[in-house]
Design a protein around this ligand. Structure first.
Ligand code: HEM
Length: 131
């Protein structure tokens, strides 16, 4: 079935992948996302994606989505952006976020791909120290 296909993708995709509905609630959370953020999928399904980011975005993320739904103006979808994520233990890290949109039976879903930039940032800092 489609659901089994989706589950196999979520279990194997190397980047963290998160699917949310149009209210921001998480519907799927990949194995790599679980390792990156420190939450299990069952803990996060049904919770708002804003719990994965620090302030001020945490309080504003619902408005970001609502603004997009009202205006169609894309600020991340199709563009990508480097933003800050927050793990379960409260620590924060830089991440490359790509967001895509999928519509299913009138229901709109957003698919987020996340790449942890921590190692890249540390490499750049080390390089600076050497110069
Ligand atoms: C918009 C931050 C994760 C879906 C935005 C914006 C920011 C942001 C700053 C644009 C605000 C603006 O300029 O108006 C973050 C942060 C995340 C995160 C810090 C860290 C976890 C996600 C994930 C998804 C997602 C995982 C989808 C699964 C969206 C959507 C929009 C949006 C649909 C509105 C459309 C758009 O602006 O193109 N987010 N986001 N976000 N985000 Fe997130």
């Amino acid at each position: 079935t489609r659901e089994q296909h989706l589950q196999s993708i979520l279990a194997t995709v190397p980047d963290a992948m998160i699917i949310i509905d149009e209210t921001g609630d998480i519907t799927s959370f990949s194995a790599a996302a679980q390792r990156l953020f420190g939450y299990s999928e069952t803990e996060l399904v049904g919770r708002n994606v804003s719990c994965l980011m620090p302030q001020p975005d945490r309080d504003r993320h619902d408005e970001y989505i609502a603004h997009y739904l009202q205006t169609g103006e894309r600020r991340i979808i199709g563009l990508g952006r480097v933003v800050v994520g927050q793990r379960r233990d409260g620590s924060t890290f830089p991440m490359q976020l790509s967001v895509g949109e999928a519509g299913e039976d009138g229901q709109r879903l957003f698919t987020g791909f996340i790449r942890d930039l921590t190692a890249k940032e540390q490499d750049e800092l080390r390089l600076k120290e050497l110069q």
